[in-house]
Design a protein around this ligand. Structure first.
Ligand code: ZN
Ligand code: ZN
Length: 299
């Protein structure tokens, strides 16, 4: 995001000629978003917001999450170059605007829009509060525990393991490709948003990651909603364990501070969490605040 802003600002200042002469900059200017094919015709798209997953088959295409309206249009343009098939399914991992804002682009295109029952409830509630229901495309198909579908040779299974980042996070598994889109259940090496207003639970998030680790195998390739390093939006169980470690250390640290009688304002000033060395980015206080709320409410 920052790099792109820099490029746009710089291009505006110096003109495009300079960039046309520099192949690296020229390619980045022409293609600010990124598409990577992973395996079995499953790929990822990233530009701004939560990573999009997609599956292209002869029978139709499947999209997981949609970023924002402009980004989903860029995605559609890119996919048109690779496939002329219809859009079978649009699946949302959860309701946040950086995952559902682009749903509207698929209005009339996607045969079904799928999400966890709490994802739909949160999506509607937030849109009503923001008076933006006309800009949304809501799920028309919901589930509570699991949901499956077939598209071409691929089988897709959605899993719900309970409240975590919100109370409606689903993991979308492309079974043959063995690729699992984690939505925002993993912020890879980046401080996480923990949405208490949408029923998030840090302690249960740790359990959800345990269930995930037990459900999938060592060949599963995981897709992450966000990563500090934009190159690291996919990974393995090891990254899930690292995420678990961050959440456990966050809860433990805040719990210890509360027990020691530290006022909330002091706890929120922490610049690091003991035992968490790899997590970076802004927003450490969002996690601290969520942990304070969670621990105070459980007393
Ligand atoms: Zn997100
Ligand atoms: Zn989110």
């Amino acid at each position: 995001m920052k790099r792109r802003t820099f490029l746009q600002t710089t291009a505006g200042t110096f003109g495009s000629l300079l960039f046309a002469k520099n192949p690296l900059f020229a390619s980045m200017m022409a293609d600010p978003w990124k598409i990577t094919m992973l395996r079995n015709n499953v790929g990822v798209f990233s530009e701004r917001g939560g990573t999009i997953g997609f599956l292209l088959t002869k029978k139709g295409n499947v999209i997981v999450d949609s970023q924002f309206p402009d980004q989903s249009k860029h995605l559609l343009d890119e996919l048109k170059k690779r496939s002329d098939r219809a859009y079978h399914l649009l699946i949302n991992t959860h309701h946040h605007g950086d995952h559902t804002g682009g749903n509207i682009t698929f209005k009339g295109l996607a045969k079904k829009v799928v999400g966890h029952v709490n994802c739909l409830a949160n999506h509607k509630r937030v849109a009503e509060t923001q008076k933006s229901t006309d800009k949304q495309l809501f799920a028309d198909t919901t589930f509570s525990d699991t949901w499956t579908a077939k598209c071409g040779n691929e089988r897709i299974k959605a899993h719900y393991f309970g409240p975590a980042h919100t109370n409606g996070d689903a993991i979308i598994h492309f079974q043959h490709a063995n690729i699992a889109h984690m939505g925002d259940l993993v912020f890879n090496r980046r401080y996480a948003f923990i949405d208490k207003n949408a029923g998030a639970s840090i302690s249960n998030w740790i359990t959800v990651l345990d269930k995930t680790i037990n459900t999938f195998n060592n060949d599963t390739l995981f897709v992450f909603g966000h990563a500090f390093d934009p190159e690291k939006i996919t990974g393995s169980k090891e990254d899930l364990r690292a995420m678990q470690n961050y959440l456990s250390k966050l809860l433990f640290f805040v719990g210890t501070e509360i027990k020691a009688g530290k006022p909330k304002e002091e706890i929120l000033k922490a610049k690091s969490i003991p035992g968490v060395t790899e997590w970076k980015g802004d927003g450490i206080e969002r996690g601290l605040q969520a942990a304070i709320d969670e621990l105070n409410n459980s007393k």
